[in-house]
Write a protein that binds this ligand. Structure first.
Ligand SMILES: O=P(O)(O)OC[C@H]1O[C@H](OP(=O)(O)O)[C@H](O)[C@@H]1O
Length: 318
């Protein structure tokens, strides 16, 4: 059984962060499953199902933290249905396409809801690059509000530069700052606006490393912190007490080999995400409305019930 080259390429691009950002990762994974299904020459339904599950496993093993990835795979695999290969193929293609459509729609809806929290003249401070967070600013701008942004550069990968560029494309004035300047500039901000890679049942938000410190500082300064996150970011397994794995990335993102050798014998750590407890957050904005973080579990139960099995595992391994 061969993995489609698109599945392999997508998996590599997600791991290397050529494809990054929780929502974008989910959409790319669904599209890769569709390619696998379309190109499959499996002769039996069992072989087809096994092939799609193997593709899903390959995509799943790339990065551990953004739950939009397993949620996207789960969305497609749960809808894989049919008594023969053509029917199974059609169900996967339809589910993947449907998933992409829903993602786009959800982002537009949450953008409109998030924009209502922003007033004309507001200054937002951003961290990393989040398409969900940017959707809120975009909708506010479309409503005719003047919004300005203080953009944290977000070491080590500088996703803040992507945010700054996209905000400029919206016509938003941008002040770029180093991460360490955040507390100083919070005095000039009306909101902290971030995205999420995963949201736990207790309302904790897992987002780019540095979010938790920013949230604590924002609370101390009295600046409200708002998380823009489609419901695809809700982590169903945390309802049963599982914790979210924090990805540890390559140390060379922090310091290159030459500089490291010049420093001497050191340990380097590079966690990609951290956990912000709900008490430091003001609102989680989703396409289903905005929620105080502590009440997000009700939305989770509504959406996922208690079914958190992983359909890309063989039935006996679930
Ligand atoms: O889904 P959207 O809102 O685009 O992005 C959500 C989050 O994904 C990113 O992670 P990374 O840069 O992939 O490590 C950031 O942590 C960002 O807040």
């Amino acid at each position: 059984m061969d993995l489609h080259p698109t599945v392999e390429a997508t998996a590599e691009d997600i791991a290397s962060m050529e494809i990054r950002g929780a929502a974008t990762i989910g959409a790319a994974a669904a599209a890769a499953l569709r390619e696998q299904a379309e190109a499959s020459d499996a002769e039996t339904p069992e072989a087809f199902r096994a092939e799609v599950r193997v593709a899903a496993r390959r995509l799943h093993e790339t990065r551990p933290t953004a739950v939009s990835l397993p949620n996207a795979l789960r969305y497609v695999l749960r809808r894989m249905d049919g008594g023969d290969v053509p029917l199974l193929r059609a169900s996967v293609v339809e589910a993947a396409t449907d998933f992409e459509r829903r993602l786009g729609r959800a982002q537009a809806q949450l953008g409109a809801i998030g924009a209502n929290r922003l007033q004309d003249g507001d200054v937002v401070m951003t961290h990393c690059h989040s398409t969900d967070a940017l959707a809120c600013v975009e909708a506010a701008v479309e409503q005719g509000k003047d919004v300005e942004a203080i953009v944290k550069e977000t070491r080590p990968r500088l996703q803040g530069h992507i945010t700054a560029r996209q905000l400029r494309e919206l016509g938003v004035p941008v002040t770029l700052i180093v991460d360490n300047a955040a507390r100083r500039y919070l005095d000039d901000a009306d909101h902290v606006l971030v995205g999420a890679d995963a949201i736990a049942a207790d309302g904790s938000v897992i987002n780019k490393i540095g979010t938790s410190g920013l949230a604590v500082n924002a609370r101390e300064r009295g600046v409200p912190i708002m998380v823009a996150a489609q419901t695809i970011k809700l982590h169903p397994a945390t309802m049963t007490g599982h914790t979210v794995e924090i990805e540890m990335r390559d140390e060379r993102e922090v310091v290159d080999d030459e500089e490291r050798a010049a420093i001497g014998d050191i340990t380097v750590e590079n966690p990609a995400f951290d956990v912000t407890p709900p008490r430091y957050l003001d609102a989680i904005v989703t396409e289903s409305g905005q929620f105080p973080p502590e009440s997000i579990v009700t939305l989770m139960r509504e959406l996922f019930g208690d079914g958190v099995a992983e359909p890309w595992l063989e039935p006996e391994r679930r």
